[in-house]
Every structure is written in structure tokens, then in C-alpha cells.
Design a protein around this ligand. Structure first.
Ligand code: NAI
Ligand code: MG
Length: 348
């Protein structure tokens, strides 16, 4: 008899998506105890479906996906589809419809990982990026389109409600970590309207968390510190656009895109949260069996922690840390070899 069950929606998607998701599922099966029942439903979303039917993500897909505890996604996007069709039509639509207002991206520098910061002090940071507003809200358009006098707007949307809920989440996160430090990143010397809303809300919520040390950085200064002194960061909260850029930078300085995991989270539980590697579909290496599935495996760890399987999440992270410690940059392994090695550590 099963003690618990996990209803997992799986969206392998495009390019290397299916390759890395297969390894993520392999690791998930290896780490779950016998008394947890894993039920998966696979969804055909992305380039293949769009070419066949013209559909990106239908209302029926959304209703069906909504009946799961969580979603594991590989990557969406393909050079044969006009840019933005799948990214906006599938990825952003999922994040908006399921109100994934927290985009959570941890960055940890493991010993023995390559990259520009190899050998620097321990880095263990978490970026909490707002996921439903800012310049990505789709509030814009064009006038006199296609003429020399074309006008394009892309207006950043910031609501008191949206800003406060993501800032509160970040304070909760920071308060639960040993260093209890939270940095707000914005650009309130130039973007004064949105910047003031963020800064005033941040300061008001800070009064409720006396144990959390706070500071503020302009986004341009933050990019310097991400490279020169990344160890100064613990939890960072920022808007959708700054967060998108900073998290790629965080990934680059903490072991590379092959390790960067993320969660698109609805903390209220009203809709399933979605976990995915930060990287895209990597059409340049799709089908070669050389994609690193570690980012997807670490996304599975975030998924497990979100579903209160904390012990299993820690075991997955420990397996990755042990595997990274033994990696030989001169002897790259294939996608499924890395997945097999991680699963073997969990079984043994
Ligand atoms: P990308 O992340 O797919 O690739 C960037 C570079 O990193 C490529 O050289 C690729 O080979 C390498 N790379 C990525 N993941 C890797 C892995 N696991 N192991 C080894 N190398 C890896 O970004 P790019 O090229 O800008 O986008 C390709 C497509 O993916 C586009 O259609 C884009 O819109 C989409 N995309 C989708 C995302 C998502 O599904 N969340 C996120 C980012 C991009
Ligand atoms: Mg990005």
C-alpha cells in the first residue's frame, strides 16, 4: 500500500528537453521510497505539436495540467518555429495562467566545478525573480508598424499586490536560511516609479523581519558583485527582467548552464508549480547525447522539496555534489551516463 502519491505532469518539449527529462525521471524513480506512488502524465507541447496542429497550449491542456501536483519541463523552443510563438504561447502562458509569481533560481558553486569563479570562496545564493509582471506582462504594442515611423512600447507592469507577495516570499526564504540576508536589486535611481514601489514595499515588509539583514543594489552594480564578490549574496529579490538576466549570470559564475535549476512557483498551491532547467532546448547539440542532465536533476530536487519530500531532495543534491566532485573535465560523459551514475548513487 502506498503512503503518498505524486501526480506529475511531464513536458519534455523540444531539442534536448526530452533527453534531459528522461534522466530527471530516472533519478526521481531512484530516490523515491517504495511507498510513494509516482503517476506521470506526458504532454506533447512544443514544436512537433505546433507543426502538426498549429496549437501551442490549449484550454484543455491547461485544465488537465492543473490536476497535477507539479510539472517537470525540459525546454521549449525550436529554430523551425518563428521566435516567440512557443516561448510566449507555451512557457509564458503556463507561468501566467498558473500564477507562478515566484521564479526561484538557486546558484551554488561546488568545489571542482569549472568556470570563471573556480576556486573562489563558497557561493550559495538564491535569486527570487518576480514571474508574472514587469516588462514581461505583455503590456505593449506597435503603431505605424513596419513603417520608418514605427512606434513600439513594452510597458513594465508593477502592482502593489504583485510586488508585495514576491517580496514576502523572499523574506520567508531568507529568514529560513542560516545567513538571513536579503538583497533587493532594482534601478530606482532611473526607473523611479516602479523602483519606489519596490523599495517602499521592501522596507515596509523588512520591519516585520527583524532577524533578516537587508540591503539594496542597483542592477548594474549587482552584475559587478556577481562576478567580483558573489559570496556577499544570500537571497536576492528582483523584478522579472532584471531577474532573467541576473539568473543567467548567476548560472554562468556557479558552474555553468548545465547545472542551473529553477522552479516556477505558486506558493499558495492554487495551481501546480513547474520545475525546469534554466537552459533552453540547445538545438546545436540536440540529438548528440551530450547534454548535461544535471540542471534537470537539480530541478527535480527543487520539485521534491516543494512537495515536502525534503529528505529525498537532500539526497538528490548530495548525489549531484558527490558526482561533481569526481568529474573529470577531460573525460566528458554522455547524457544517460550522468543520469545512470546519479541514479546508482541513490540506489546504493
Ligand atoms: P540554450 O540554453 O538552449 O543554449 C545556449 C548554449 O548552452 C548552447 O550552446 C547549448 O548547446 C548550451 N547548453 C544549454 N543547455 C545545455 C546542457 N544541458 N548541457 C550542455 N550544454 C548546454 O539557449 P538558446 O540557444 O538561446 O535557446 C535555444 C532555444 O531554447 C530557443 O528557442 C529559446 O527560445 C529556447 N529557450 C527556452 C527556455 C525554456 O524552455 N525555459 C529557456 C531559454 C531558451
Ligand atoms: Mg533567461
Amino acid at each position: 500500500p502506498y503512503r503518498r502519491s505524486i501526480r506529475l505532469a511531464v513536458v519534455p518539449g523540444d531539442g534536448i528537453g526530452p533527453e534531459v527529462v528522461a534522466e530527471g525521471l530516472k533519478v526521481l524513480a531512484a530516490v523515491l521510497p517504495q511507498d510513494v506512488k509516482l503517476e506521470t502524465t506526458e504532454y506533447d507541447l512544443g514544436a512537433r505539436r505546433w507543426h502538426a496542429t498549429g496549437e501551442t497550449l490549449t484550454d484543455a491542456d491547461l485544465r488537465s495540467l492543473g490536476q497535477h501536483d507539479a510539472i517537470l519541463l525540459g525546454a521549449i523552443g525550436d529554430p523551425t518555429v518563428p521566435s516567440g510563438v512557443l516561448e510566449r504561447g507555451v512557457l509564458l502562458k503556463l507561468r501566467f495562467e498558473f500564477d507562478h509569481y515566484v521564479n526561484l533560481r538557486p546558484g551554488k558553486l561546488h568545489p571542482n566545478t569549472a568556470g570563471p569563479l573556480a576556486g573562489s570562496p563558497a557561493v550559495d545564493l538564491v535569486v527570487v525573480r518576480e514571474g508574472t509582471e514587469g516588462p514581461y506582462a505583455g503590456n505593449g504594442g506597435t503603431l505605424r508598424t513596419g513603417t520608418p515611423a514605427e512606434v513600439a512600447t513594452e510597458v513594465s507592469v508593477n502592482t502593489a499586490y504583485g510586488v508585495e507577495r514576491v517580496i514576502r516570499y523572499a523574506f520567508e526564504r531568507a529568514n529560513a536560511r542560516p545567513r538571513r540576508k536579503l538583497t533587493l536589486v532594482h534601478k530606482n535611481n532611473v526607473l523611479v516609479h516602479a523602483g519606489n514601489l519596490w523599495k517602499n514595499t521592501f522596507d515596509a515588509v523588512a520591519a516585520e523581519y527583524p532577524d533578516v539583514t537587508t540591503d539594496y543594489l542597483h542592477v548594474d552594480a549587482a552584475t559587478i558583485f556577481f562576478v567580483t564578490r558573489p559570496e556577499r549574496f544570500d537571497v536576492i529579490v528582483t523584478d522579472n527582467l532584471f531577474g532573467d538576466i541576473l539568473t543567467d549570470l548567476a548560472a554562468a559564475v556557479t558552474g555553468g548552464i548545465g547545472l542551473a535549476a529553477s522552479g516556477n512557483i505558486n506558493p499558495t498551491g492554487a495551481h501546480p508549480s513547474m520545475f525546469e532547467p534554466v537552459h533552453g532546448s540547445a538545438p546545436d547539440i540536440a540529438g548528440t547525447g551530450t547534454a548535461d542532465p544535471t540542471a534537470t536533476v537539480l530541478s527535480v530536487a527543487l520539485l521534491l522539496r516543494h512537495l515536502n519530500h525534503d529528505q529525498e531532495a537532500e539526497r538528490v543534491e548530495a548525489a549531484v555534489a558527490a558526482d561533481l566532485a569526481e568529474r573529470d573535465p577531460n573525460a566528458p560523459r554522455r547524457t544517460e551516463q550522468i543520469g545512470d551514475a546519479l541514479a546508482a548513487r541513490l540506489a546504493g
